[in-house]
Write a new protein. Structure first.
Length: 283
């Protein structure tokens, strides 16, 4: 479930961006006392995501909103179905409509693509991870969509895990120096953060094994054969993560190696929004 404080902060900012000094289209022709209903109509097949967000948006605008869900986050959805009905002030429905649709369409696209990767991994030990390749200020909902689609959230940002990537390693003077400095840094500050190190070849892997003190080894741009060799050398001492241009077509080849995780930025940045619409219910 989404953190309520973070979600409310997002809603506040997003509505301020959209409404500005007022929804003049609505205020011009709809009396503020008018009440109404609207139906969220599904126009494409996929995995539904964003129901919690939609309800929160409408309730932010009108605490007396009546939100009636017909489906849940993570459900398979079919064209022609309805996801929910919402009853509130008409001003609330019209002010919240675009933000709800933008969030749900984007989240459903991500959840649907993530689900395709997760389905490919059925029967394997490997899990799919997201990355920090997200839309600025929308990461909270994009990563929630990954979770809804069956994927695993990696770190949320730079603050909740140490990831020593190629540039960190090069600037620090190598893998051994980067790891040793990080261990001292975390100990001095009493920060219980996990450490992951990126490796670019089998020599890097051997250096990480020699220095130790890490939790996960990222194997970046390894072929499946190179991955299998690296995993043999690691021999279960640390968690392992495959990264670098892995697609739906190549996913199983990597999963067959027994790697613990495969990180795929594309489940977010290549996802296509699904078509949904919010339509007035006129009795």
């Amino acid at each position: 479930m989404l953190d309520e404080t973070a979600l409310n902060a997002f809603i506040r900012s997003a509505l301020a961006e959209d409404i500005g000094n007022g929804d003049h289209s609505t205020m011009a022709c709809i009396p503020p006392t008018a009440k109404g209903k609207a139906l969220l109509k599904i126009k494409e097949d996929g995995i539904l995501a964003g129901m919690q967000v939609a309800e929160a948006i409408f309730r932010w605008l009108d605490m007396y909103t009546v939100f009636t869900p017909f489906k849940n986050d993570g459900d398979a959805m079919k064209k022609g179905e309805a996801a929910f009905e919402v009853e509130a002030a008409v001003h609330t429905l019209l002010m919240g409509e675009r933000l709800v649709l933008n969030c749900m369409q984007r989240m459903s696209g991500i959840a649907t693509l993530t689900h395709q990767y997760v389905e490919k991994l059925k029967g394997y030990h490997t899990r799919v991870l997201d990355t920090r390749k997200t839309t600025p200020n929308f990461r909270l909902l994009e990563k929630e969509a990954v979770r809804i689609g069956g994927g695993v959230n990696h770190r949320m940002g730079l603050y909740d895990m140490v990831m020593l990537k190629d540039n960190h390693i090069d600037f620090a003077g190598g893998i051994t120096a980067a790891v040793n400095k990080t261990v001292v840094y975390l100990k001095e500050r009493n920060l219980p953060l996990k450490i992951e190190v990126e490796t670019r070849n089998i020599e890097d892997v051997r250096e990480v094994l020699a220095v130790g003190q890490v939790d996960r080894i990222m194997l970046d741009n390894f072929s499946p054969d190179q991955m299998a060799e690296a995993l043999s050398v690691i021999n279960g001492r640390f968690e392992t993560e495959a990264s670098g241009g892995i697609t739906l077509d190549t996913l199983e080849a990597y999963a067959k190696t027994g790697v613990d995780f495969i990180s795929v930025g594309a489940i977010i940045h290549h996802a296509v929004s699904l078509d949904l619409s919010l339509k007035a219910v006129i009795s």
